[in-house]
Unconditional design. Structure first.
Length: 314
């Protein structure tokens, strides 16, 4: 009989790649260590659940059947609020009271936080939803990372980070050599401690290795609530404003402040999607002095008002 029972609570539109990234290390570990792990899928109502790629997954039961596993994993993605029901939050709190290891994948941490079981814990989630997560749950110590293991809570950014997180857990339980063997079988060429960046590096995203340009972009990404001036950005990059203009034009085909505005509006989209902030508060969080100014800029860029975007995002 398996020593560690893992129950996956699947929220509608969960991430399939993150789920399989969490399950496959367990399967391979059993191949080399014997039947150490078992796993099962649970839904809110006991019915099959479709992932974000529309593939339905069968389950073994509903919330009432979750029992007291060694680990309970909340697996979500684009619409974590679909799982924010009284029954789900009560189930999560009951599992916490039973000292079950609670885990959130991708946006699953939103439900753990909503249940109050991440208060005072370090945690992460998918980078896209991280600004909304940080704004929504002030009692959680939010960090951008591949995954975070803090006492009896584990959270990860989703995607391939689920593999990293489970490899770490397997290593803690059964030894690092087994974790390395599992990683080798998965062709996963890292055994991570979770501290690596949770996004593709900016140089890869923007197709440049110019350190001056990347320094300016990093400053833009870090400072959206009180946007920096062109003069301040150039000073941070160690260039003149004219040189900065030329770098952005030649490398990115954009003007610096227009590029900066685009980054702020991208953050606004993420806050509208993944936080409960009012549209006015979102406008302040991305550096606009008035709601009207934000609404005009957003509508000009996206062709839709912020309020309409939030209503129709799915």
């Amino acid at each position: 009989m398996a020593k560690y029972d893992v129950a996956f609570l699947l929220v509608p539109r969960f991430s399939m790649i993150a789920l399989y990234g969490a399950v496959e290390p367990l399967r391979i570990a059993n191949r080399f260590a014997g039947p150490v792990f078992s796993w099962r899928f649970i839904s809110m109502d006991g019915r099959p659940v479709s992932a974000s790629n529309d593939i339905p997954v069968s389950v073994s039961g509903g919330l009432k059947d979750i029992g007291t596993p060694a680990m309970a994993v909340v697996s979500a993605s684009y619409e974590p609020e679909r799982g924010r029901s009284r029954g789900v939050l009560m189930a999560i709190r009951r599992l916490a009271a039973a000292r079950v290891l609670l885990t959130g994948i991708d946006t699953g941490p939103f439900l753990l936080a909503a249940a109050g079981v991440l208060d005072g814990y370090r945690a992460t989630c998918h980078w896209e939803s991280l600004p909304g997560f940080r704004e929504s749950f002030g009692s959680v110590q939010v960090t951008q990372a591949l995954y975070v293991i803090d006492r009896d809570r584990m959270t990860c950014a989703g995607g391939a980070a689920a593999i990293d997180m489970m490899l770490d857990w397997i290593g803690r339980l059964l030894g690092k050599p087994l974790a390395v063997t599992v990683a080798d079988q998965l062709l996963h060429f890292r055994v991570s401690d979770g501290r690596e960046p949770a996004r593709v590096p900016a140089g890869t995203r923007y197709g440049t290795d110019d350190t001056r340009l990347l320094t300016v972009i990093a400053a833009m990404e870090e400072q959206s609530e009180e946007p920096l001036s062109a003069e301040a950005l150039a000073r941070i990059g160690g260039v003149s404003q004219r040189q900065m203009e030329r770098l952005f034009r030649e490398k990115l085909g954009a003007r610096p402040m227009g590029f900066y505005l685009g980054l702020r509006l991208e953050k606004a989209e993420r806050l509208l999607n993944y936080s409960q902030l009012s549209v006015r508060d979102v406008s302040l969080a991305v550096g606009f002095s008035s709601l009207a100014q934000f609404s005009r800029a957003f509508a000009t860029s996206r062709g839709i008002s912020p309020s309409a975007f939030r209503r129709g995002r799915y």
